[in-house]
Design a protein around this ligand. Structure first.
Ligand SMILES: NC(=O)c1ccc[n+]([C@@H]2O[C@H](COP(=O)([O-])OP(=O)(O)OC[C@H]3O[C@@H](n4cnc5c(N)ncnc54)[C@H](O)[C@@H]3O)[C@@H](O)[C@H]2O)c1
Length: 330
């Protein structure tokens, strides 16, 4: 696997907090920081969707610290931010259909927990704070490619929580002077993404179904498009956002994507071809709250943060399939 370096600054005197670091995206961010010699990398996670196997990778590094706790508890957030220079806030509940079933729970974690983290970061004088928003904020805005300033109505409670995060971020930047940067992730995929449970993401589900020859479902006609974004790109923007010295970059949200889109049918065919399988998918009803087409303009992140997608769809898919193939073959 080819490795990329996303920072220039020496981070050996810097302490980082990654919330949600036992999950998919957070564990990759924490691993990058540990691998590159950060002084301290603390993970805060309550393990609702996190995994010990992700933490066990991080436990190999002496600079790693795990704090089991819930972002809904303000005191926990305050403790987690103690002695921290930079925060990457990834902890949240992340499924559109689940948010339609459980909007109050989503609000408590994704909004209440977020505000607790912002307040704790202010109180503990955190230098820079980056956080996960989502492409779902674009809602029913049909223009492609998606540009940051043009958003529509939210199509789900999940999207509403992320849009609310962006509002609070702007307020905390303006009122308390916190240096904040938000990331609208577009379908992040890669190794460690949870393939199980009713709310699993599409790529691990496809790969798992094709390998195990169990039913693979495509919602609707499969001609909906997504800007599938390999995990390295999400890690890259988090590192660049936390460490940037460009004052024009603060108090903004950025698309995190590749700037290329593929249909879900194409994705399925690419997975099956890579796995040399003729297993066929089953089409079912479209999913409520889903966006039809998604494609990002990433030029703002390129300009302000020096972001450049390093691994695109094919390379990322190949690495992801390798990971899951090994997982399922033993
Ligand atoms: N994966 C994607 O494609 C995608 C797209 C858009 C936005 N996002 C956002 O990126 C972030 C990370 O997503 P992910 O895919 O890694 O999800 P994930 O579920 O793998 O990771 C989230 C982590 O947050 C933890 N968590 C949840 N509730 C918590 C709480 N109350 N207190 C402490 N920890 C809690 C979970 O245990 C989990 O480990 C989330 O904010 C998500 O909404 C992800």
């Amino acid at each position: 696997m080819e490795e990329h370096i996303f920072h220039e600054k020496d981070i050996s005197n810097d302490s980082f907090l990654v919330t949600g670091g036992a999950g998919f995206i957070g564990s990759h961010i924490a691993e990058y920081l540990l691998k590159h010699g950060a002084k301290k990398v603390r993970v805060l996670d309550n393990m609702v969707n996190g995994f010990e196997k992700n933490l066990s990778i991080l436990r190999n590094y002496p600079a790693f610290e795990f704090m089991e706790g819930d972002i809904r508890n303000a005191e926990t957030c305050l403790m987690a931010c103690t002695g921290i220079d930079y925060v990457s806030h990834q902890a949240a509940l992340g499924s559109v259909p689940r948010s339609i079933k459980e909007p109050v729970y989503f609000n408590d974690v994704n909004v209440g927990g977020f505000v607790n983290m912002l307040k704790a970061a202010v109180d503990q004088k955190v230098k820079q704070f980056v956080y996960a928003s989502s492409s779902s904020v674009y809602g029913d805005e049909p223009t492609l490619p998606k540009r940051e300033e043009r958003i529509g109505n939210c199509l789900s409670p999940y999207a509403a929580t992320k849009k609310t995060n962006e509002l609070y971020a702007q307020v905390f930047a303006d009122v308390y002077g916190l240096k904040l940067i938000g990331f609208r992730y577009f379908n992040i995929f890669g190794p460690r993404q949870d393939p199980d449970g009713p709310y699993a993401a599409v790529i691990p589900l496809f790969v798992k179904g094709i390998i195990n020859k169990t039913p693979v479902y495509i919602n609707g006609d499969g001609e909906q498009t997504r800007d599938f974004t390999f995990i390295d790109n999400a890690v890259q923007i988090n590192i660049k956002g936390m460490l940037t010295r460009n004052s024009d970059a603060f108090n903004k949200v950025y698309n995190v994507a590749v700037g290329e889109y593929f249909t879900v049918n194409h994705l399925y065919q690419a997975c099956a071809a890579r796995l040399k399988s003729d297993w066929k998918p089953v089409h079912r009803e479209p999913r409520a709250g889903d966006i039809r087409n998604s494609l990002a303009d990433v030029s703002l992140a390129e300009k302000q943060l020096g972001y450049k997608p390093v691994k695109k769809f094919d390379t990322g898919l190949y690495e992801t399939i390798e990971f899951f193939s090994q997982l399922y073959s033993g």
